[in-house]
Design a protein around this ligand. Sequence first.
Ligand code: FAD
Length: 431
Amino acid sequence: MRHSSTVKADMGIVIIGNSAAAVGAIEAVRRLDRNIPITVISDELHPVYSRPLISHFLAGELKSEQIFYRPKNFYEKNNVQTLLGRRAVKVDFNKRTVKLENGEKVSYRQLLIATGGTPFIPKIEGLDKTGVYTFTKLDDAKKISSVLEETQRAVVIGGGLIGLKAAEALKKRKIEVTVVELADYILSLTLDETAASILEKALKKEGIHLITSNTVQAILGDAMVKSVRLADGRIVEAQLVIVAIGVIPNVAPFKESALHIEKGIFVNDRMETNLPDVYAAGDVTQAYDRILKSYRTIPIWPNAYQQGKIAGYQMAGNKNYLYEGSFMMNSIEVGHVPTISVGLTNPPAGDGYQVIKKFDRASTVYRKVILKGDVIVGAIFSGQIDRAGILTGLLRDGIEVKGFKKELMKDQFGFVSFPKVLRKEKLLNLK
Ligand SMILES: Cc1cc2nc3c(=O)[nH]c(=O)nc-3n(C[C@H](O)[C@H](O)[C@H](O)COP(=O)(O)OP(=O)(O)OC[C@H]3O[C@@H](n4cnc5c(N)ncnc54)[C@H](O)[C@@H]3O)c2cc1C
């Protein structure tokens, strides 16, 4: 049934999306104002859930209720009207209305775009066959889960964070998995070759097959997937294919508008877009990266929440709370090998960067710190991550490490390694 009515949003705040950024915004608005009407529009039917945990649902380790990010009464308690299972298809920024797929229109006084990311789907022959999935939503995990009885073998296209999480989950469900990665090594956007090789070994030990420097050229079978053909001609049998090449900002409803979009929606330090009363937060944005000193997408959960929170404060009238910029941060554990990477991990050669690293092959403990001048701009920790927080703090605060560079590689590196003045400052901050 099609509607052409306008859904009453009392000209309050309308949020498109119902995930980390939306929750950050709702909680910030309600800290300052109990009364501004808030309406959340989401094309998913579920209440907000922790997207990073869908692999644990697929692995059979957590039930869907266990990955919900807030209690059941979250919306009611925060006085939020929800329009779940409804997709926004267009926004009229002049009339301040959001058009939904079913023809309804929702009017707003202030709009927050928190539509996150959408899977990037490359052109591969046979993508339309039954048995091909993406893996970014709880419903994807549910659909994949429902076909595992008839699945013996799976191919995951993409050896990034999402692909590896999917592969591990499938392996836990006793599926033979092959990950196909175009780059020379897995997690190539966030790790270097050494760290990746540690994780590759751990994956193989878990029984996950890995094919790098290769790609899937075609998905074969009649209506159902039977196998894939790689670029080098090899055939890999599979009844299930997961496309996990990457995620791109979900800007479809705003494409033909005056909104400033490059890779994502451009936002300033107030999470404002170029249009009046229109904010954006989370994976959909292109925002300031304080390490790279440029505007880019930083698609990680804490960043989405933080950006949403700033947008929320701004929309509720507190203009003092500003975004200082973020940086890439990734954490993954493969086969009991925890790995954390932050900031710039593969610096361009000859651009004034200094790299110090330590690799203990026997224990597979790896630490790499990248400096520009006397400031840390990136780091990788593999195998042993207990000092990652302190180093990330130094990076975040842009603290000069001139006096204690050598200490950075020591296993016992900690606040005690800081010069006295800095130690005092840090300890006071910690109070
Ligand atoms: C499998 C997986 C594992 C991950 N693991 C980690 C991790 O370990 N650590 C980490 O920091 N990050 C991780 N991430 C990334 C993290 O989940 C995202 O950074 C975060 O979810 C972004 O939040 P967001 O609010 O910007 O948008 P999203 O979480 O992408 O949510 C956007 C919402 O908007 C809805 N929507 C989009 N368009 C419309 C429309 N037109 N109309 C209505 N609704 C719409 C979407 O359906 C979705 O519900 C992972 C992501 C995935 C997929």
